[in-house]
Write a new protein. Structure first.
Length: 119
């Protein structure tokens, strides 16, 4: 069982910045693929950014050039630096971990943190 705890959400004006952090349990964090998703009420959860165990990153087109995902394997954390925020970035942001298990993997989710961007 892997536990994920997010922090860093809040209210910010358009054009501002926020940094989200996710702390993960487990002794093999370096093997986890990590990601950030977001969800607006009534809509499907969507991928914002991901980072593989090898450090390869992937971003949704809507956040490219504004958001940066990073990981610190020594601290079992993954972060999402969000710059130039827009009102449409308002959502609940979820951290996820894909934990390898033989030929498959298990997916875990954090509890979510609210990000609100005012215009």
């Amino acid at each position: 069982q892997v536990q994920l705890v997010e922090s860093g959400g809040g209210l910010v004006q358009a054009g501002g910045s926020l940094r989200l952090a996710c702390a993960a349990s487990g002794s093999i964090f370096s093997s986890y693929a990590m990601g950030w998703y977001r969800q607006i009420p009534g809509k499907q959860r969507e991928l914002v950014a991901s980072i593989s165990s090898g450090g390869v990153t992937n971003y949704a087109d809507s956040v490219k050039g504004r958001f940066t995902i990073s990981r610190d394997n020594a601290k079992n954390t993954v972060s999402l630096q969000m710059n130039s925020l827009k009102p449409e970035d308002t959502a609940v942001y979820y951290c996820n971990a894909d934990v390898p298990n033989g030929w498959t993997s298990f997916r875990y989710w954090g509890q979510g943190t609210q990000v609100t961007v005012s215009s």
